[in-house]
Design a protein around this ligand. Structure first.
Ligand code: CA
Length: 387
């Protein structure tokens, strides 16, 4: 009887044992694949891999403006797509949460999680920041990307921003900019005297030392400032961006080369606490999305600047001019003095400058026989002929 019962229930017991084993293995597998991390994270207080997170990003640009204004929107889109919607970044244009020139403080204090702008806007607070955007007669976009990503520049930038609880990322380069828009011709360095120009960064100091007045105005207010005569000249970016802003309607002369911003690098800044609160994979997504946006901006300007320049000349009658050689030489001498003063006054600026100039020296040396030699050679060989 007992033997019969045992034989009858044996398959059921085996089935229960198998079920228990499958269940245990299933739990183990879920832990391994991360499904169980949510409860584990709650228990330990660590980041939750299943949570949906929304960030606020403030910018120094009007919302949805072409070129540099779209970098924040692009970052938001890349991050949302790469994370399957786990991290969304809501972008606020200048003035929506804070004015353009308060982006640094807003992200530093956690009013927003992230920001997009340019490091040299904060030079009053952080003098060494000018090197991370652009310094006059300095490195171009290719060289800046090399220095920041492979030459120790980004590590220094992070050290500089750490006391403000901010983590910087490269946020796109415009390439070589234009010298800017003027309401009169510039034939000598004396023509800069008394000129009121919107020109930020160390270049503003150089301009002021040459006898002009450097004014700090956010992009969204430039058109009206020029139109109403608050300023006589302005620099913004280059043809693609400047055409979209409509500066051809308020100034007649468009000067090159962009001596003051040969490779202006923008920045994404992230509040260090907001970044640390993300699970590791989302931190990686933010990092690589920013890197993709950084390169994408340069690609877009390279693709669109020439067509915009032709429209400015052909359809809007803009007078394209090159700054005279002696004006450029005088501006370089002024730059030399401002650099000396900056590094004498700020020990961190001296450290960043040392890294910058060492990298620049090597980049210039190699570019003599690579990029520069090639651009000179193709002009020499092709002349005005088409490829
Ligand atoms: Ca500029």
């Amino acid at each position: 009887m007992a033997e019969t019962a045992e034989r009858r229930f044996a398959p059921l017991i085996i089935l229960l044992l198998v079920a228990a084993l499958v269940s245990t293995l299933g739990l183990w597998a879920r832990e391994r694949t991360g499904e169980g991390q949510a409860s584990a994270a709650v228990a330990t207080g660590g980041p939750d891999a299943t949570e949906r997170i929304e960030w606020k990003m403030v910018t120094t640009w009007p919302k949805n403006f072409p070129g540099l204004g779209l970098a924040a929107e692009n970052l938001s889109r890349y991050v949302e797509e790469m994370s399957g919607g786990r991290l969304t970044i809501r972008v606020y244009g200048a003035g929506e949460i804070v004015p353009a020139m308060e982006v640094f403080d807003a992200v530093s204090q956690g009013v927003a999680d992230a920001g997009h702008g340019a490091a040299y806007y904060w030079k009053g607070k952080v003098p060494s920041s000018v090197f991370f955007t652009a310094v006059p007669f300095g490195m171009n976009a290719q060289e800046m990307n090399g220095w920041l990503h492979y030459g120790g520049g980004l590590e220094l930038w992070r050290e500089v921003y750490a006391p403000y609880n901010l983590v910087p990322f490269t946020g796109g380069s415009t390439g070589v900019q234009m010298a800017g828009w003027f309401n009169r011709e510039i034939n000598s360095i004396d023509d800069l005297k008394g000129l009121k120009m919107r020109i930020p960064g160390l270049a503003g100091e150089v301009f002021a030392a040459a006898g002009g007045t450097a004014v700090r105005i956010a992009g969204g207010e430039l058109y009206t400032s020029m139109q109403t005569g608050v300023i006589d000249a302005l620099e913004w970016v280059g043809p693609y961006n400047d055409l979209a802003f409509g500066f051809q309607e308020v100034a007649g002369y468009y000067y090159y080369p962009g001596w003051h911003e040969p490779g202006a690098m923008l920045e994404f800044i992230v509040n260090a606490d907001s970044l640390a609160a993300l699970p590791e994979d989302l931190q990686a997504i933010v990092t690589y999305a920013a890197r993709a946006v950084n390169q994408d901006m340069l690609d877009e300007y390279t693709a669109r600047n020439n067509a915009a320049l032709q429209r400015l000349i052909d359809e809007h009658g803009v007078q394209l001019r090159r700054l005279p050689d002696d004006v450029l030489q005088a501006l370089w001498e002024g730059t030399r003095q401002q650099l000396d003063q900056l590094v004498a006054e700020d020990p961190m600026a001296a450290r960043v400058y040392e890294s910058y100039r060492t990298f620049y020296k090597g980049a210039r040396n190699y570019h003599h026989i690579s990029e520069q030699a090639w651009i000179n050679t193709r002009d020499q060989v092709l002349g005005d002929g088409e490829y």
